[in-house]
Design a protein around this ligand. Structure first.
Ligand code: ADE
Ligand code: ZN
Length: 328
């Protein structure tokens, strides 16, 4: 059987970024919020470039105004994941969009997200864990409130802390306080680096934030000595080829550096980032990679093993996931 149909581990999925446009459209109607400008005529999200993508993304999240909305969102996203064979997903959760990074509100929203995740696991066999994520272009002060929310809720479900948003705003080091706070609370760390900010941004992420994973990370390829450092430190890349192509970082999957990075010895994994925005799914990512690089079962097996190794969940969950990967 081809791995395209087999169980998959995903490490890089933004919860709001997984929102089916039909759900966001439905909620906008229920609440009388006019966000019609973010959709194409046939009901897909519309954006011109990365900056526009971020503003469309934020407009879409503006209809998510209650914990119940996040319950519905989480169910919808996990159903999609399960339909694509995903058995474990690490999902970026943004307290900024859940009551403005207020810790009391965050507790409420998180309870609803967890309830949905528990049901999804029972119904569809997909396990979710959360990575609380600050948004870089909202600035370091907001990031501190988000890190506080993360630290307050660190545990079996919230396993990590990360940062998304506009990578060219400020430096990674501007957020060191928040990352240190999260680390001290026992959270594992990742940040978007080397998607837009080049190898320098990857260097900052490693030196100033001391992350163990990189969101995207692909532009590390600009600096071969830094590639060696990434390998030596055992840092894993959360690579999202379809996202990078949809945002025109590369013209197509064939010209994407994932295969070259892997050949150089970097630990790579595959994820969707924001699947409906980028017209992708985990199944499609695998199909595109199989086609572009002639990857076979053993190649996808390696990617999934890398993902389990680098996952932020506990060891018991890892053992179960490895078994599920092997027995299918
Ligand atoms: N938030 C959602 N998707 C993102 C991406 N690809 N880069 C940075 N921040 C994001
Ligand atoms: Zn991302």
């Amino acid at each position: 059987m081809n791995k395209i149909n087999d169980p998959k581990i995903e490490l890089h999925l933004h919860l709001e970024g997984g929102a089916p446009p039909s759900l966001i459209h439905q909620m906008s109607k229920e609440k009388n919020i006019d966000i019609s400008g973010i959709f194409t005529k046939d009901g897909h999200y519309f954006f011109r470039d990365f900056t526009h993508f971020l503003s469309v993304y934020e407009a879409a999240t503006s209809v998510l105004t209650s914990s119940d909305d996040f319950y519905r969102l989480t169910k919808a996203v996990l159903e999609q994941s399960a339909q694509n064979g995903v058995i474990y997903t690490e999902t970026f959760l943004s307290p900024d969009f859940c009551g403005g990074a207020d810790v009391i509100a965050w507790h409420d929203y998180l309870a609803a997200i967890k309830e949905a995740a528990t049901e999804a696991e029972k119904e569809w066999g997909v396990t979710m864990r959360g990575i609380v994520t600050c948004i870089r272009h909202f600035g370091p002060d907001k990031a501190r409130s988000v890190a506080f929310c993360a630290a307050e809720t660190a545990g079996d479900f919230i396993r990590g802390f990360g940062m998304g948003g506009a990578e060219t705003v400020g430096t990674q080091g501007d957020y060191a306080y928040s990352f240190n706070l999260a680390r001290e609370a026992g959270l594992r760390l990742t940040t978007h680096a080397g998607e837009w900010g080049g190898a320098e941004s990857v260097r900052q992420a490693i030196n100033d934030l001391k992350v163990e994973r990189l969101g995207h990370g692909i532009q590390v390829i600009e600096d071969h000595s830094l590639v060696q450092e990434v390998i030596e430190r055992g840092i894993t890349l959360e690579v999202c080829p379809g996202s990078n192509v949809a945002l025109s970082i590369f013209p197509n999957v064939k010209s994407h550096p994932i295969a070259e990075l892997r050949e150089m010895g970097v630990k790579v994994t595959v994820s969707t980032d924001d699947p409906p925005f980028f017209h992708t799914t985990m199944r499609q990512e695998y199909a595109l990679l199989a086609n572009a690089f002639k990857w076979k079962d053993k190649d996808f097996q390696e990617l999934n093993k890398n993902a389990v190794d680098a996952a932020f969940c506990d060891d018991e969950t890892k053992v179960r996931l490895l078994k599920e990967l092997d027995t299918e």
